[in-house]
Write a protein of this length. Structure first.
Length: 153
């Protein structure tokens, strides 16, 4: 897959939870243009086409980012802050998908521009249902003015 084909970015460091999300997205035909990254620095490099992703213009077609908060090297809230403070990426929908139900995390995420905050369900069936509902909405139902703007560089 070319990086410019990626429409869904999953940033999740827990291999088990990432596998669950990936399996669900693929089961509902939402994973054909999906990339999983398990590290905060690598996620920023992908989003901003730096490091090993330099020159890829990788964020141009992103329809949604699923972002965990607790990540190695750079935490999710900092990634969110950088995405939403950049003119080229601020319109990408960012869905916080985390185990944290801390009120400060929820408040901070929305203040930084998160489009949604989801606490990961522990039940497998409910997890699948939540992921598929969210993905269907943000990928197929939601109209993203930012996608048109970003791809016309």
């Amino acid at each position: 897959m070319k990086y410019t084909d990626v429409e869904v970015l999953l940033v999740e460091d827990n291999p088990y939870e990432a596998q669950l999300a990936l399996r669900c997205l693929k089961q509902f035909n939402l994973g054909s243009r999906l990339l999983h990254i398990d590290d905060g620095v690598d996620a920023l490099d992908f989003i901003f086409a730096c490091g090993k992703y330099e020159g890829s213009r990788s964020s141009e077609m992103l329809k949604v980012i699923f972002l965990d908060l607790k990540l190695p090297r750079i935490e999710g809230l900092e990634i969110l802050r950088r995405i939403k403070s950049d003119e080229h990426t601020k319109t990408i929908p960012v869905i916080i998908l985390t185990s944290s139900g801390e009120e400060t995390d929820i408040r901070n995420a929305y203040q930084l521009g998160a489009n949604s905050f989801i606490i990961k369900p522990v039940d497998f069936d409910i997890f699948n249902q939540v992921i598929s509902s969210i993905a269907n909405y943000w990928i197929f139902t939601n109209e993203s003015a930012g996608l048109i703007k970003r791809s016309k560089k």
